[in-house]
Write a protein that binds this ligand. Structure first.
Ligand SMILES: Nc1ncnc2c1ncn2[C@@H]1O[C@H](COP(=O)(O)OP(=O)(O)OP(=O)(O)O)[C@@H](O)[C@H]1O
Length: 257
């Protein structure tokens, strides 16, 4: 059963059609790539899927508790709550908070402990806090950040800030994770390590990942399926092998035959 189904999605900015009649489907436990030249509409599509933008036309339906539900008109935090997490192309951490607090804040958004229990500091509040802290450290361990828990996010090297962004998104316990160029600005070794990690978390956490990435070889290596956008239109969709041999895709990237 598909977790996310997008049909005839269009987003116009004035006279510019950033996304035009796009169809996309994500199934359970898939690692899917979304590629396309600069300005193709990849981030705009993520912004539509996560409620940052409202579409001009089309539908976005997600599967929650066996029910199909439209995300259109829903707030970004409601969509996160429904199990759809994301990272941003430009890192958006709480730079003046510690690494641990960045993760705990994300966990709190899913916490079942109500405001009253928190204000009154009831025992269930402390139990839940300590459980969350343990879980946060476990997640940080996977990304080799467990020794940085007390560092301010702004003091982490760039590659670690990128990893922390992913930890924070995972802390919301998503069913589907949208990663917007997670390896941007990383060197080839860091990129290769991060890619292996993404594949591992997708398997271990049994989540679905939609990955925007500029590095073609990286996407080809890890993704089971790939969607290709150009000028807001989905020009191709298929396995890495199919995409590699697709003439329209080659033309979009190389500008020729
Ligand atoms: N808020 C906005 N207002 C007006 N135009 C926008 C807005 N957001 C995006 N666009 C335009 O929509 C088009 C698609 O942009 P988008 O950032 O989605 O592309 P992208 O594929 O993510 O590009 P890149 O790979 O460079 O990040 C571009 O022409 C961009 O200028």
């Amino acid at each position: 059963m598909s977790l996310l189904e997008v049909k005839k999605l269009t987003k116009n900015f004035g006279g510019l059609s950033a996304i035009s009649n796009v169809h996309l489907e994500l199934k359970e436990n898939e690692l899917v790539g979304l590629i396309g030249p600069n300005g193709a509409g990849k981030t705009t599509l993520f912004n539509l899927l996560t409620g940052v933008y409202q579409p001009t036309e089309g539908s976005i339906e997600i599967e929650t508790n066996g029910q199909r539900e439209s995300v259109i008109g829903k707030k970004t935090y409601t969509i996160t709550d429904m199990g759809f997490g994301r990272t941003f192309q430009n890192i958006r951490l709480f730079k003046n908070l510690t690494v641990l607090d960045n993760v705990l804040i994300a966990m709190h958004s899913k916490s079942k402990v109500g405001t009253l229990k928190s204000v009154l500091r009831l025992p269930s509040y402390y139990a839940s806090e300590s459980k969350m802290k343990k879980e946060a450290i476990e997640l940080l361990k996977i990304f080799s950040l467990e020794n940085k828990v007390d560092e301010l996010a702004k003091n982490l090297p760039y590659g670690e800030q990128r990893r922390l962004e992913i930890v924070r998104a995972l802390a919301t316990k998503p069913k589907v994770l949208f990663l917007d160029e997670p390896a941007a600005g990383m060197n080839p070794q860091e990129t290769a390590d991060l890619t292996a990690l993404i594949r591992q978390i997708q398997k271990d956490f049994k989540i679905t990942i939609l990955l925007i990435e500029h590095d073609m070889s990286l996407v080809m290596n890890v993704c089971e399926r790939i969607y290709v956008l150009e000028y807001g239109r989905m020009i191709a969709h298929g396995t890495p092998e199919e995409i590699k041999g697709n003439k329209q895709v080659i033309k979009a990237y190389l500008g020729g035959e």
